[in-house]
Design a protein around this ligand. Structure first.
Ligand code: SF4
Ligand code: SF4
Length: 181
């Protein structure tokens, strides 16, 4: 079977940890931008970017939410930075059953960074715009993918979430969100 390939823009945020000062403006704007109605509230626990704090070492690491995973990973890494060991899960981007990070506080459903695609008028993601220290750098690159790959990724993600939370909970949440819109 002939495989059709198409171009896809991959959006990323490069993080310059040396420049982050831990102000948490990125958390505030992300949660506020994604509130319903938009800008009606802010709560870092709803943010899709979190700043891991180690103030005594003057270390702040912004981490933005990646994919939902249905199970804890089997192998975990330890981080040694500036001679100090850090929690093995501290800088992971996954919404994972083993911790509360990147979960919607009311429903427990996973949060994932959407690069603020919900608003096509944005020139850059909101957290990047609000980071006055220039620690977040928005980048785009073009990649070739197989036709249908994106849809497949969405289907796998939905299946994994349904396995964990059940279809009814997903449907109830979607229905609640659409009513608020
Ligand atoms: S807004 Fe920038 S400097 Fe402030 S915590 Fe976020 S990444 Fe760090
Ligand atoms: S890109 Fe948008 S959705 Fe992703 S962390 Fe930044 S503000 Fe939140």
């Amino acid at each position: 079977m002939e495989v059709t390939r198409k171009k896809k823009i991959v959006k990323t945020i490069r993080i310059d940890v040396d420049k982050c000062n831990g102000c948490r403006a990125c958390e505030v704007i992300c949660s506020s931008f994604h509130a319903t109605p938009k800008y009606s509230s802010n709560n870092p626990e709803r943010s899709r970017i979190r700043v891991i704090h180690y103030p005594l070492r003057d270390l702040y690491v912004p981490v933005y939410a990646g994919e939902y995973v249905a199970a804890e990973c089997a192998g975990r890494g330890m981080y040694t930075i500036d001679g100090k060991e850090y929690d093995e899960c501290a800088f992971c981007r996954a919404s994972c059953p083993s911790r509360d990070l990147f979960k919607e506080p009311d429903s427990g459903l996973p949060l994932k960074c959407d690069m603020c695609e919900s608003d096509p008028t944005l020139s850059e993601p909101m957290c990047v715009q609000w980071c006055l220290a220039d620690a977040l750098i928005y980048e785009e690159r073009e990649e070739e993918v197989e036709e249908g790959e994106t849809l497949e990724e969405i289907e796998i993600g939905l299946e994994a979430m349904a396995h964990k939370f059940g279809w009814q909970k997903l449907l109830d949440t979607a229905s609640r969100m659409s009513k608020k819109d």
